[in-house]
Design a protein around this ligand. Structure first.
Ligand SMILES: [Zn+2]
Length: 240
């Protein structure tokens, strides 16, 4: 059946050489969280991940239209990290951009890590979430946990999402059925590797009983918690 399979085929070549580049992560946040973002930048830089932080891009390298600039940056990133703090919900401006970035992550099949500040849950639903952690921005240990998670998961960024969202029309994957088969096989194996890694880290997948959104949850000690997607469901982590 797969007589045309080219065994020299390397699935990641479909990404136009993306793997040769550094692992990039798009950072969605409030500009007023300078200290937090600087810490995250160092934490990620130290483990070979380049954070894409809009306001740190040189003026001459910026594109004239902000949404196009962001679209390009999310597209070239392996995942999106959204730091949801009180500063984000303070202005309509920041809220709008954050949701725009969340929508792009969903449309482009990127993993979206939502890091929400600890405390009274923010009444601000984030529709698309694949990974969720509650953190305290002043706690160094929490920044180190984000670094640890990133280090363990960087080779698996967005594998499940790529598999689920399929490929956009015109993608070279449609060139042949054999390529499509190998592409799916590759991402299935990667997804399995990711799940194994998460299990070892004690991370569980949870599902909101109200909106049915499911995501990986990284703060099992904080349970029950309110669903970040609908803000009305109550999710309890069952430990075995
Ligand atoms: Zn929900």
């Amino acid at each position: 059946m797969f007589a045309h399979v080219n065994f020299k085929f390397k699935p990641m070549n479909f990404r136009c050489g993306e793997t040769k580049k550094l692992s990039k992560v798009f950072i969605s946040h409030s500009k007023r969280e300078k200290k937090l973002i600087n810490e995250i930048q160092s934490a990620l830089d130290n483990i070979g991940i380049t954070p894409i932080i809009e306001e740190f891009i040189d003026a001459e390298k910026k594109q004239p239209i902000p949404w196009k600039e962001i679209l390009g940056n999310v597209r070239s990133s392996k995942a999106v990290y959204l730091f949801l703090t009180d500063e984000v919900v303070e202005t309509e401006y920041t809220k709008n951009w954050v949701i725009f970035e969340d929508g792009l992550a969903s449309a482009l099949g990127k993993q979206l890590f939502l890091f929400e500040r600890e405390g009274i849950p923010l009444k601000y639903p984030i529709p698309y979430v694949t990974d969720y952690m509650i953190f305290e921005k002043e706690r160094t240990e929490d920044i180190l946990t984000i670094q640890k998670i990133s280090k363990h998961l960087k080779k698996y960024f967005s594998v499940e999402e790529t598999l689920i969202t399929n490929f956009p029309l015109g993608h070279p994957v449609y060139d042949s059925m054999s390529n499509m088969f190998l592409y799916s096989l590759y991402y299935s194996l990667k997804t399995r590797g990711k799940r194994k890694k998460l299990k070892a880290l004690g991370v569980k997948k949870v599902k909101c009983p109200k909106c049915n959104t499911s995501f990986y949850y990284y703060s099992p000690e904080k349970s029950p918690f309110s669903c970040p997607s609908c803000r009305s469901g109550r999710i309890e982590v069952i430990s075995h």
